[in-house]
Design a protein around this ligand. Structure first.
Ligand code: GLN
Length: 548
């Protein structure tokens, strides 16, 4: 049975609980332990699939096709452990399961209550796969005191009681605000937050305190005394230049030691941190930089494309350069003006995934600019569809080329559908069927699918293999019927689904670097294992920067 670390937050939200959890996971791995990270979110949406990226940031997709919170992306990037559908749950999912059981009569006529029915459902979730790893790290979303979070706090309290002593510990993240007028870090909000936690029966073993400066001994002693933790278990977490410094910074502060001490593990195995020293060294000693334009829709909130931003950073790590990613609202490119003066300042252009018609004409213009000016182009999901529409219109002369997705919104059929709505596909050995009118949640081709690459193609060279598996999240597909005509014009279909029906990768051999992929390579990139497409895209951007 795994040991459990429950990670909670107090005082304010956005303290970086996900990052602290991910960094702790990396540190436990560095000491030779196996880990799995989980997120429990108090919101009532059944999953984040239908939540706006403007509000909630990116939807992270797992191999087994779950649409999850973006914190699972952090977990994967720091530990390399592929997240699963069972690593993310929300109140909405828990209640939905409980109500389904109630309707089925599983509770044999009992009155259904938060305690024990909802809390039992949460505890059952916590136990999934408990025998597979040494440590299970479970992060509770939100802040202690939130009404909707209470069932989760109650469930982890019960869970801690039910397990053998020493099997579960609690780590609490708070903020130490700095009051300039008195020149002090204030501990009172943390004291209150811990009091709140203790009032619901949870006593933290480790306190992680975000602050703008090191915690003076006096404040550390005060926190230890008032919050009932050991002074060495008060961990300072200061802002970092790069998130990938977090494992080393937390290690220097003694986080992993404090956690192992709390479990009574002694002597603790020595950590192997060379992987992280190498990553940080490459970030700190970058030799030059490149500018990448990301032409997308959700540009106000950087979290909306979190994994893309991180994958570009990883591409920079692979090439020892700093990648300056700049977000450009595609709608800016829909005016009549020349877009060249804006895009000329970049060494590469990336068009990310997206939904709906808004901004697509701007993205198509960006793809055209990249193709004609021979600027490296990476089109991801919708970005590949844009590249195919652009090639169909301007290389093939199919003026009305478009996507069925845009008709659906406008209610008429204005386009020749080079991109069509996929209604049936093969998943493993079963056929999946979907209609446009199905529920919005979960009607997509989701999760990992295999693809076969064409021998001798640029894609095959970059991946250094012909068989790949990548994660998908889309409803529409490039119509394979246009393959021959588009290939004659110079756009090659260099990756296909194993049955040969679904285009997965397109590329232009007569271009330094022009690739569109129907999947999301960014979801699998790690700082210590940059995704080959991102590593090579950044390499191409470096080459382009030498030309200008
Ligand atoms: N809207 C497109 C589709 O559903 C692309 C989705 C995406 O970019 N993730 O096919």
């Amino acid at each position: 049975m795994a040991r459990y670390v429950f990670i909670t937050g107090g005082v304010v939200s956005s303290l970086g609980k996900g990052l602290a959890s991910a960094a702790l996971g990396a540190l436990l791995q560095a000491r030779g332990y196996s880990v799995r990270l989980r997120k429990l979110d108090p919101y009532l949406n059944v999953d984040p699939g239908t939540m706006s990226p403007f509000e909630h940031g990116e939807v992270f997709v797992t191999d087994d096709g779950a649409e999850t919170d973006l914190d699972l992306g952090h977990y994967e990037r720091f530990t390399g452990v592929a997240a699963r559908a069972t690593d993310s749950v929300s109140s909405g999912r828990i209640y939905s399961n409980v109500l389904d059981k109630e309707r089925r009569g599983d509770y044999l006529g009992k009155t259904i209550q938060v305690i024990p029915h909802v809390t039992n459902e949460i505890k059952d979730f916590l136990k999934i796969g408990a025998d597979e790893v040494d440590f299970m790290l479970c992060e509770i979303g939100g802040t202690v005191g939130d009404i909707e979070g209470l069932p989760f706090f109650e469930a982890i309290r019960q869970f801690g009681q039910e397990q053998p002593r020493g099997q579960c510990i609690f780590m609490h993240l708070t903020l130490l605000p700095y009051i300039a007028a008195s020149g002090e870090l204030k501990t009172k909000p943390t004291q209150h937050s811990v009091k709140e936690l203790r009032s619901i029966g949870i006593a933290p073993d480790v306190l992680v305190c975000r602050s703008d400066m090191p915690i003076p001994d006096k404040e550390r002693a005060k926190l230890a005394l008032f919050c009932n933790v050991r002074p060495e278990s008060v961990i300072a977490a200061q802002d970092l230049k790069s998130i990938y410094e977090a494992p080393l910074a937390y290690h220097a502060e003694g986080l992993d030691q404090a956690v192992l001490d709390a479990f009574g593990i002694a002597p603790a195995p020595r950590p192997q941190l060379s992987k992280w020293y190498d990553v940080v060294d490459r970030i700190h000693h970058a030799e030059g930089d490149v500018k990448v334009a990301i032409v997308g829709k959700y540009t106000q909130l950087e979290d909306a494309y979190k994994s893309i931003a991180e994958a570009l950073t990883h591409g920079g790590i692979a090439n020892r350069v700093k990648v300056r990613a700049e977000w450009i609202d595609a709608e800016l490119f829909e005016k009549d003006e020349d877009i060249a003066p804006i895009l000329e300042g970049y060494n590469a252009i990336l068009v990310p995934g997206g939904f709906g018609e808004r901004g697509t004409e701007g993205k198509i213009r960006a793809a055209k600019f990249a193709r004609e000016r021979k600027v490296p182009y990476l089109g991801i999901c919708l970005g590949m569809q844009m590249a195919v529409i652009e090639a169909s219109r301007n290389m093939l002369g199919l003026e009305d080329a478009g996507s069925e997705e845009f008709d659906h919104e406008a209610g008429d059929s204005r386009y020749v559908h080079v991109i069509y709505h996929l209604k049936e596909w093969v998943e493993g050995n079963r056929t999946v069927k979907r209609a446009v009118t199905d529920d919005k949640g979960g009607t997509m081709r989701l999760g990992a699918y295999d693809a076969v690459l064409t021998e001798g193609s640029q894609a095959a060279e970059i991946y250094d293999t012909l068989d790949i598996s990548e994660r998908h999240r889309h409803r529409y597909e490039v119509d394979i019927a246009y393959r021959t005509k588009l290939e004659e014009c110079g756009l090659k279909f260099s990756g296909l689904s194993p049955d040969g029906r679904l285009p997965e990768i397109v590329e232009i051999p007569d271009h330094p670097w022009y690739i569109g992929v129907q999947f999301h390579p960014e979801l699998k990139s790690k700082p210590f294992e940059p995704h080959p497409l991102f590593a090579d895209f950044v390499r191409a951007a470096v080459e382009q920067s030498r030309l200008v």
